[in-house]
Design a protein around this ligand. Structure first.
Ligand code: UDP
Ligand code: MG
Length: 309
């Protein structure tokens, strides 16, 4: 029999957290029909062993194990592809997304919401670094992309089966669910949650991974960065024409001479730098086309545990 609720939990080196998270979600959902799918995203610690041990003891626990690390967003896609429930809830494997909010999410779903997203309240449980980078990221994305993404939204959300079916048809290689979900539309409710402290271990989102995700987030939903280079180039041209006119005026109608090789070098460097940045922006979009044109799968599964079909 198919479960009513599927929980999908990406795992990357979370050996200590897995049993605690599983225990907690099971205790919240005791009276429900549910399955918990852990997606092992190429962990290099004993996460898979821990999952194998737990799956022998519980029929609710299922595992999809990747052949290597494909990233959190791809792990979520695998969870959506394999989940069988009428609604699917994704959460982190570190208890930062407190399981007691599941009750509220489910009740909003039962009242008719297709999507329940969560928005993080400013919390002291968040490191200063995370607060600053997160703020910068959401400001940049709001300015540069056309999708309304609320600041502090997390990959802690509930999706109704019809939304999940739409998600399954997404074939993008560079996934950014926080943007895709609002793009899909559907009746959405938001709950505010206060983020708890990570139970064990450290954040698996290194600075490089965060920058990569931000670039994917911006470039997957908008070509504004390409347009901005055009506007910037146009503004610079207007400025240099005015300056040229001034230089001609000075040469023809006054006795002054415009001097200074330093300003010439500075402007050459400035324009060279701007051109390289613009070329880089073009490169990012070209790279996306290149990756997508190959049409490779979003993830590769090495093995699964538990009944997944
Ligand atoms: N994660 C993953 N693959 C990765 C990085 C992270 O599956 O390459 C998982 C991780 O185990 C966790 C979730 O994605 O369950 C979110 O990661 P994390 O909690 O480290 O990020 P943060 O909450 O600090 O942004
Ligand atoms: Mg986390």
């Amino acid at each position: 029999m198919k479960p009513e609720i599927s929980l999908i939990i990406p795992v990357y080196n979370e050996q200590e957290n897995i049993p605690v998270v599983f225990d907690r979600v099971c205790s919240v959902l005791v009276d429900e029909s549910f399955e918990v799918i852990f997606i092992d995203d190429g962990s290099t610690d004993h996460s898979l062993k821990v999952l194998q041990g737990l799956s022998k003891k519980s029929v609710f626990l299922k595992v999809i194990s990747f052949s290597r690390n494909f990233g959190h967003q791809s792990a979520l896609k695998a969870g959506l592809d394999y989940a069988q429930g009428n609604c699917v809830i994704s959460l982190d494997c570190d208890l930062e997304h407190p399981p007691h909010y599941l009750t509220e999410m489910l009740s909003l779903w039962r009242q008719g919401a297709d999507v329940v997203i969560t928005q993080r309240e400013q919390s002291l449980n968040l490191s200063f670094f995370k607060r600053v980078t997160s703020k910068g990221f959401y400001s940049a994305i709001r300015f540069l992309s056309d999708i309304p993404i609320d600041p502090g939204t997390a990959d802690f959300r509930l999706l109704d089966r019809r939304v999940v079916e739409s998600c399954k048809s997404i074939t993008e290689n560079e996934l950014f669910w926080r943007g895709i979900i609002p793009w899909l539309g559907f009746k959405t409710k938001t709950i505010r949650y206060s983020q708890a402290k990570r139970q064990h271990g450290e954040s698996k989102y290194t600075l490089t991974k965060m920058i990569k995700l931000s670039v994917v987030g911006i470039t997957s939903f908008s070509v504004k960065p390409l347009h901005l280079s055009l506007y910037f180039g146009a503004a610079l041209s207007v400025f240099s024409f005015i300056y040229l006119a001034y230089a001609i005026y000075v040469r023809l109608f006054t006795n002054l001479t415009l001097s200074g090789w330093a300003s010439v070098i500075a402007s050459i460097l400035l324009i060279g730098g701007v051109q390289l940045v613009i070329l880089g922006v073009f490169g990012i979009y070209l790279g996306k086309l290149f990756i997508q044109a190959k049409g490779r799968p979003q993830y590769i599964v090495r093995e699964t545990l538990g009944k997944l079909d």
